[in-house]
Ligand binder design. Structure first.
Ligand code: IDC
Length: 464
C-alpha cells in the first residue's frame, strides 16, 4: 500500500481540497499527525490518549500502527478502535463511526498499557502504512509526541513525604498507600547483612518499599555505645535513601518492656537522628518496638514526651507508637484496641504499631486488626511467618491469611527478618551474609521465598 513520494505529492495536490472520498476501504493517508499523551502512569502501567489527524487525502477506513520501544509496553485495553498487538507494534483499527477521516479530520482514541520498564512513549506511528511525520512531506521516522511526565523510579520518588490521613498512610498526592518491606535483625549482631549489595537486592530483586532498621537498646545495643549505634542507623538510612526506599528507624525496646526505662535514651537518640535526617522524605520513626508488662497509660505518657522531641527537629515525619503487650494492641495481655481508641496519644500525624507472628497469632488477632483498622491508623512494623520466638514451624497458611488482610486494608508491613539468622524467621539461608550474593531464590529460606513473592508484586501507588 505504501506509495512513492511522488505519487503522494501528486495526490495531495489533486485531492487536497478534501471533496473526494476515495472508494477503497483503506486508502493510504499521505500525511498524518499523531498527538500522543500519557495521561497517567503508575508502576507497571500507564494510560495514553492518541489523537490522529489525517493530513492527506480522505480515507474511509484506517489502521494506525504504534511502534513501542520494546515488547515491555503492551496494550491491555483500548477504546474508540479495535486494538491488537504483535511484538512491539500495536495496531488500532477504526470502528464504524470513526471510519472516515477527511483531510484535516481527526479522531481521538486511547488505551491502557502495561509496561515493565523503558519508556511508554512509542518511537513511531503509521497510518495505513505511511509514517506519520506531522506533514505531507517525504516520510521520515520522526513523530510528533508529547513527552511523558517523568516515570517515578522508586517508592520515595512516587510517594514523597508521607502523612497520616484518617486511618491511612497517605502519599504526597494525599492518596492512601501500603508500603511493604523488610526489617533488619538486631543491627548489633547482623550489621554485616546490610550493605550496598543487600540493599540493592531489597530494592530491585525484592522490589521492596520499606527498610526497617531495628536498633536494640539493650542486649549489647544502643545503651552500650550511643554514638556508634546512632551513626550506624544514619548510614543505613542513607543506604535506603540512595535506593528510594523508606527507612523506618526502630528504637527496639524489648526487655525491659516498659519504654519509660529508656525515656532519657530515647530523647537523646531521637533528638539526634531527627535533626540529622529532617530534610529527608524517606524517614519514619518508631519510638518503642514492643512495650510489655506496662499499661497503655504508661506507653502514652512515654509517647507524649518523645514525640515532641522528634517534632522539634523534624516536624512533618510520620511517627509510630508501639502498643501494649508486644504491640498487640493489648490483646496478648487480655486487653484490646479500645484502650487506645478511648485514650489516644495526644499528637497528630502518628500511627500505632501492630505486630504478629503468624504461627502464634491467628483469628482473634486478625479480628482485632479488622476492627481496629477503621478506628486507628495501624502500621505492622514487624511480623513473622513463624512462632513468636522467631523460630519454630513456618506457617504459610496463617501468613497468607494475614497478608491478604493487610493488603485489603492497605496496612503497611515489614517482615522479621532480612538476615541470615539461624532461625526460621530469617529470610536468607545461614551463611548468606558471608558471601556477596543476595539475589535469586537459592539464598532464600522458605519464609524468605514466600515473603519475597508477596513483596515483589507491583505497587499501585497513585500518581495524582
Ligand atoms: C528475636 C530474635 C532472636 C533474638 C531475640 C532476643 O529473632 O534471634 O534472640 O529476639 O533479642 C519480637 C521482637 C524481636 C524478636 C522476635 C522473635 O520484636 O526482637 O526477635 N519477636 O522472637 N516480638 C515478637 C517476636
Amino acid at each position: 500500500m505504501k506509495r512513492s513520494t511522488a505519487a503522494v505529492a501528486a495526490l495531495g495536490v489533486v485531492l487536497g481540497a478534501g471533496a473526494v472520498v476515495l472508494p477503497q476501504a483503506t486508502a493510504a493517508a499521505q500525511g498524518c499527525r499523531v498527538d500522543y499523551t500519557v495521561t497517567s502512569q503508575w508502576q507497571g502501567g500507564f494510560q495514553a490518549g492518541v489523537k490522529i489527524t489525517n493530513l492527506g487525502d480522505p480515507v474511509n477506513g484506517w489502521s494506525l500502527g504504534i511502534a513501542f520501544p520494546s515488547t515491555s509496553q503492551r496494550v491491555t485495553q483500548g477504546w474508540n478502535a479495535t486494538w491488537s498487538q504483535s511484538g512491539s507494534t500495536a495496531t488500532a483499527t477504526n470502528t464504524d463511526w470513526n471510519r472516515s477521516l477527511a483531510t484535516g479530520g481527526s479522531t481521538d482514541i486511547g488505551f491502557v498499557g502495561s509496561w515493565s520498564g523503558g519508556n511508554p512513549t512509542p518511537t513511531s506511528f503509521t497510518l495505513n502504512g505511511v509514517a506519520c511525520t506531522g506533514s505531507t512531506g517525504p516520510t521520515t521516522t520522526t513523530t510528533t509526541t508529547t513527552t511523558a511526565p517523568p516515570v517515578p523510579r522508586n517508592p520515595v520518588e512516587a510517594n514523597g513525604q508521607l502523612r497520616v490521613c484518617g486511618v491511612n498512610l497517605c502519599n504526597q498526592h494525599n492518596r492512601p498507600i501500603q508500603l511493604r518491606g523488610m526489617s533488619t535483625h538486631g543491627i548489633q549482631w547482623f550489621g554485616k547483612c546490610y550493605n550496598n549489595a543487600s540493599l540493592d537486592a531489597l530494592a530491585t530483586d525484592w522490589k521492596a518499599d520499606l527498610f526497617r532498621i531495628a536498633m536494640y537498646v539493650q542486649e549489647q545495643g544502643y545503651e552500650t555505645n550511643p554514638t556508634g549505634f546512632t551513626n550506624q542507623v544514619n548510614s543505613l538510612v542513607d543506604l535506603a535513601e540512595a535506593r528510594g526506599l523508606y527507612a523506618l528507624i526502630d528504637f527496639h525496646t524489648l526487655t525491659p518492656g516498659d519504654p519509660n526505662h529508656n525515656l532519657a535514651r530515647a530523647k537523646t537518640f531521637f533528638a539526634s537522628v531527627a535533626a540529622r535526617n529532617a530534610a529527608k522524605k524517606n524517614v519514619i520513626y518508631e519510638i518503642a518496638n514492643e512495650p510489655n508488662g506496662v499499661s497503655w497509660a504508661g506507653i502514652k505518657s512515654y509517647a507524649e514526651q518523645v514525640i515532641p522531641v522528634i517534632r522539634a527537629a523534624d516536624p512533618d515525619a510520620v511517627i509510630i507508637v508501639g502498643t501494649r503487650a508486644w504491640s498487640s494492641l493489648g490483646v496478648s495481655e487480655g486487653s484490646n484496641e479500645t484502650e487506645v481508641v478511648d485514650n489516644p496519644v495526644n499528637a497528630t500525624n502518628i500511627m500505632y504499631a501492630f505486630h504478629f507472628y503468624a504461627a502464634s497469632h491467628k483469628d482473634n488477632y486478625r479480628a482485632t486488626v479488622s476492627r481496629a483498622a477503621s478506628r486507628l491508623p495501624l502500621f505492622v512494623t514487624e511480623f513473622g511467618t513463624v512462632s513468636a520466638t522467631g523460630g519454630g514451624a513456618f506457617d504459610r497458611a496463617s501468613t497468607t491469611a494475614w497478608l491478604d488482610l493487610l493488603d485489603q486494608l492497605k496496612i503497611s508491613y515489614a517482615n522479621w527478618t532480612y538476615s541470615d539468622a539461624d532461625e526460621s524467621s530469617g529470610a536468607f539461608r545461614p551463611g548468606t551474609c558471608n558471601g556477596g550474593t543476595y539475589t535469586g531464590s537459592g539464598v532464600l529460606t522458605e519464609s524468605g521465598a514466600l515473603i519475597k513473592s508477596r513483596i515483589s508484586t507491583p505497587d499501585d501507588f497513585p500518581t495524582s
